[in-house]
Design a protein around this ligand. Structure first.
Ligand code: AVJ
Length: 406
């Protein structure tokens, strides 16, 4: 019981208990059932989780013998093999051979069933406040439109983040001794280049850069560019949707995890906490996390960034309907909707919606009954949360991360 008790039999400090759990993948976003041989130890573990306010905790009263004697019950031990990068020991970058091909890629992409995608879409469209998950923005056309957004005069976030990163890079790089840099949603690698630019050449040669992205071509192109610019760098791409399968981040080895673009702001508060807790569970003492947050600012600047003059954001927003039509065979017509985007002060977030310009009937072969939209009704397509210092401190507190620098 040393995991839960001090030597004098008093209960251990709960941060320590949480820390141990999180390291082994026991996180508060999951439904957790504790069990043991006879029941009292499992109950004590459960009691700790309950006291900490973890929302879904139970005791399995059958004991390990009863659980494991039914072969239908799932059992998992050790580190899932799926999440290891073959042949690469994170503690030893030399184990990753330099080859003529600039990049090796491990494919962790879990292809979603089309059935699940369709039912997720239809569930959103059938809710009282209709919604479409913002992950459906990014088909080829949507990604190109987002690229265009980042170059708009009104859209300050990309430009601003790059200039902050440039100013902070010497400070970040100075004394950084990690061997691995993992970048979540690496994209065109322009952000990591800013960090590498501030790094001495001999440090770069000791580094392995692990870009994580859902697009293989994106990883290949950026790896090619980077290895031309920094000939000594070793790159190992990870093809994966880190928003859904966070454990593709190697848990061993020291590392800096970069998460730029204020992408965290697209999550709901609950998702955000569990995403960070999950990230933390892949980190070892001394590992660092570098996150780009978009801060709260003058409402006019915020609203202009999501309502540009040229209508690129409107086109980006409406494109989601094409993606939805493609998957769910719906008859949504982008011309029947208005781009509607505003800053919600109470929730400190930009909301994007599509507003019906008329009464609309939505049909799909996967639907028994049509879905109806009243003129003026909206489909919520995105939240983009804005942060302040208090909010970042609160997040760090909840997730057990220590703030080094803001
Ligand atoms: C890529 C999610 C950071 O929220 O600002 C841009 C997406 N939406 N314009 C953001 C977006 C509308 C962007 N993120």
């Amino acid at each position: 019981m040393e995991n839960y008790r001090n030597v004098d039999q008093t209960s251990r400090e709960y941060h320590e208990i949480a820390e141990n759990w999180i390291k082994s993948g026991i996180t508060p976003d999951k439904h957790l059932a504790f069990y043991c041989g006879t029941g009292w130890r499992g109950s004590e573990a459960w009691f700790n989780a309950w006291l900490m306010g973890w929302p879904r905790v139970s005791v399995y009263d059958g004991g390990w013998f009863e659980w494991s004697s039914d072969p239908d019950n799932p059992v998992e031990t050790g580190i899932p093999e799926h999440y290891q990068i073959p042949g690469y020991k994170m503690n030893d970058p030399e184990s990753l051979t330099r080859t003529d091909t600039p990049v090796e890629i491990t494919d962790f992409l879990i292809h979603e069933g089309e059935k699940e995608v369709v039912s997720e879409i239809l569930k959103g469209l059938s809710s009282p406040q209709k919604y479409i998950s913002s992950r459906f923005f990014y088909d080829d056309n949507g990604s190109a439109l987002f690229e265009a957004i980042t170059r708009l005069p009104e859209y300050y976030p990309t430009r601003t983040e790059k200039s902050i990163l440039k100013a902070a890079a010497p400070r970040i790089v100075n004394g950084l001794s990690v061997k691995n840099i993992v970048e979540l949603g690496s994209g065109d690698c322009s952000k990591i280049s800013i960090l590498l630019e501030a790094m001495p050449g001999n440090h770069i040669e000791r580094l392995v850069y692990l870009p994580v992205d859902v697009c293989k071509t994106t990883i290949l192109n950026s790896a090619r560019m980077l290895s031309k610019k920094y000939p000594g760098i070793r790159i190992h791409g990870i093809l994966s949707d880190f928003m859904k399968h966070f454990n593709v981040i190697p848990g061993n080895g020291n590392k800096l995890i970069c998460f730029f673009g204020s992408t965290l702001g697209n999550l709901t508060g609950k998702e955000e906490t569990s995403f960070l807790l999950n990230l933390r569970s892949r980190m070892n003492p001394g590992d660092q996390l570098l996150i780009g947050f978009d801060m709260v600012k003058d409402i006019r600047i915020l609203e202009k960034a999501y309502n540009d003059e040229q209508g690129t954001t409107a086109a980006f927003n409406k494109n989601i309907l094409r993606v939805v039509n493609h998957h769910a065979k719906t008859n949504l017509n982008p011309d029947q909707f208005d781009h509607y985007s505003f800053y919600n002060v109470a929730h400190a977030r930009i909301e994007m919606h599509l507003r019906a310009l008329a009464d609309i009937e939505v049909t799909s072969p996967y639907l028994n009954n049509s879905i109806f939209l009243k003129k003026g009704e909206t489909i919520h397509t995105e939240n983009s949360h804005k942060y302040d210092r208090d909010c970042i401190h609160r997040l760090a507190g909840i997730t057990g991360l220590q703030i080094k620098d803001i």
